[in-house]
Write a protein that binds this ligand. Structure first.
Ligand code: PMP
Length: 423
């Protein structure tokens, strides 16, 4: 057990070479120019939603200032401009995921809608009573509940792959759950409450060998590491724009083209049809088939700008930088008998969930807030994870590219104050 204070531990690490110029990155994010309760904003809640760079904010204003009209409908100049920008964004996102074709990119409201779409359209059509769907114990509620709804509607069987005490997946145990009855695996790429990076490539290979389709929930992965859907070989990949420094209310479902062609619409309405009569409607090809109604035009354009921004910084640099800051934070909080880190897998990204002995996470969050430090407290929409670790909630610090070791020092100073108040 370490004898020194949290503060001393953190100071040991001062002076290392940063791989990313955090000060210059922060200048791109206007939110950091304001003080919070008279203090510098220390934002450690990017897993819930990331802050937005000026490039994204400006792309949204430009959309409304000079190129706004409905898309895919008008024959006039402005509508063509809006359509071009909207379609260009789909192309950018396709390239970002290395999707073979941008027509495999469906705009949705977010990961939640993406998973619901797949459970309802693919699951509702191709899964039969008794078929097994495998998820893991570390899923966000949005990758649990849609499958439970399908279970109640169709009589599928939902199986849960267990996790180890460190929050990692045991691939051998996972493999033992798979059988010829397994028709679908839906699993997170990075766990939002634990930070575990899941070996999704291996999981795709194992699931495919068993004859199952695979959906990967990439919400907590795309802001932190490069994702190549062709290398992964996944059938579906979803993420939310707002965690990738883009706007809220827009997200992406990637799906293999052959699957999208086989899948029925999720919602009906304008823009998703080929022709409509009262007797019969024929549907448009994907991705339009899955985008009923006027889409989130400015959101899609803003997400394209977010992808441009992230690529301009470089995901390799972002990953290396965040690994450094997470490693620093982990070292500072490790080995203390008053702090329990929840999620200690060897391969983690961005997230540090912990408990301070004798202090409720909500109190931790409220005290930190007095110093301008924003952390998440609660069950993080992952109640089964909380149950697995026997805690009602945790305090979660999560990183974005704009966080540096100075933010961790601020957090650690704040935690000292929490301890003083509760001693
Ligand atoms: N999956 C994971 C792993 C998440 O972290 C989240 C958001 N916390 C979601 C799904 C749901 O994302 P959204 O609410 O943006 O649809």
């Amino acid at each position: 057990m370490k004898e020194n204070s949290i503060r001393e531990t953190s100071l040991e690490h001062a002076g290392r070479n940063p791989v990313l110029d955090v000060d210059s990155v922060r200048k791109d994010f206007p939110i950091f120019t304001q003080a919070v309760r008279g203090e510098r904003l220390v934002f450690l809640d990017s897993a819930a939603s990331a802050q937005k760079p000026l490039q994204v904010i400006q792309s949204i204003s430009e959309c409304y200032e000079s190129q706004y009209a409905n898309v895919h409908r008008g024959v006039y100049w402005l509508s063509e401009k809006a359509t071009e920008a909207f379609d260009a964004s789909r192309e950018k996102i396709g390239a970002f995921l290395n999707s073979p074709s941008s027509s495999e990119i469906v705009f949705v409201r977010g990961a939640t809608e993406g998973i619901n779409l797949v459970a309802s359209s693919y699951g509702g059509t191709f899964l039969q009573p008794g078929d097994e769907v495998v998820i893991s114990h570390m899923e966000h509620h949005s990758n649990i509940v849609p499958w439970q709804i399908l279970r109640d509607q169709k009589g599928i069987v939902l199986k849960v792959a267990p996790i180890r005490d460190d929050g990692s997946i045991d691939l051998e145990v996972f493999g033992n759950i798979l059988s010829s009855k397994t028709k679908f695996v839906s699993i997170t790429h990075v766990a939002n409450a634990l930070g575990t990076v899941v070996p999704v490539k291996e999981i795709c290979d194992m699931a495919h060998s068993a004859g199952a389709r695979v959906l990967i929930d990439g919400c907590q992965a795309v802001p932190h590491c490069e994702v190549d859907v062709q290398k992964l070989g996944c059938d579906f990949y979803v993420f939310s724009g707002h965690k990738l420094y883009g706007p809220s209310g827009i997200g992406v479902l990637y799906a293999k083209e052959e699957l999208l062609h086989q899948m029925p619409p999720y919602q009906g309405g304008g823009d998703m049809i080929e022709s409509v009569t009262f007797e019969r409607t024929s549907y448009a090809d994907p991705p339009q088939r899955f985008e009923a109604g006027t889409p989130n035009i400015s959101g899609a354009i803003g997400l394209g700008a977010a992808v441009d921004y992230v690529r301009s910084i470089g995901l390799d640099k972002i990953a290396a930088h965040e690994a450094d800051v997470l490693g620093y934070a982990t070292e500072c909080l490790s080995g203390r008998n008053d702090i329990r880190i929840i999620g200690t897998a060897a391969n983690k990204a961005s997230v540090l969930s912990f408990m301070i002995e004798g202090v409720h996470p909500h109190d931790v969050g409220t005290i930190l807030d007095q110093e301008g430090i924003a952390v998440r407290t609660g069950h993080h929409c992952a109640q089964p994870v909380m149950d697995r670790f026997g805690v009602p909630s945790t305090t979660r610090a999560s990183l974005g590219m704009y966080n540096g070791r100075d933010d961790i020092d601020a957090l650690i100073g704040g935690l000292e104050r929490v301890k003083e108040l509760f001693n």
